[in-house]
Write a new protein. Sequence first.
Length: 265
Amino acid sequence: MTDLPQSAQLPTEPGRRVRIWQFLLAVLGYLVIVQGLTLVLASSGTGDHAVGSVDALVRSVVVPVGIGAAFVVALVAWHGGWQRLLVVPRLRRWTLLLVALLVVGIAAVTNYGGLAEVGVLHALVLLVAVLLVGFAEELLFRGLGVDAFRSAGHRERSVAIWTSVIFGLAHGSNAAITGDVPAAALQVALTTLTGALFYVVLRSTGMLVASMAAHGLWDFGILSTQLDPSDPHQVVNAAPVLVVVILLAVVLGRRRLTNATTGRR
């Protein structure tokens, strides 16, 4: 927080201080809930891959993440500083261009044909599922996580890096579901990058709900390309990776990344 102008210091709203070790325990608890329930429920399902049917989506995403989200909400209720988590100091206005580019990237990679083919119900359940993921994970990582590292005195660049790395490592737990360790390692790297991107969305807009929406819609675009395992849209799947790299290169290349916009815009 020391790299923010005095006029842009974080709100002093009452709320418990979340220590970093408490945040890490919260992440572990969330993963145990979500991955544990996914293993149990998926084993009694139809055998479809995670997004292959409405039943598979409900069993592998909606129910596990829904219960995990309730766990995170309970933690935030205990924390008590809702306003401090939901509204943060904003970066300069030019960074909103990055959010706009992200929206364009999501629109470009979404598999509209595949969504039309599976039908409205399947598409809506997928949308609900990914928005639920966005809500739960952003509240945990860009909400409690960011607050924990800020409260510990980390500068904003450090906050962005650490919360993104932990976000990426948490997705390595998917190896417990798929058994594919190399794929899980790749997912760790990619989700670390996307975690940094969601942090930029949070700081660009000043609203956690914006990063929640960005997270959910990003996942919607990516997962829409996986609706049909026989048609994986590999070229399309590469596009969001390029978008992430380009956006982060632009952001990290600007020395003003960690400046808030309260004073000068």
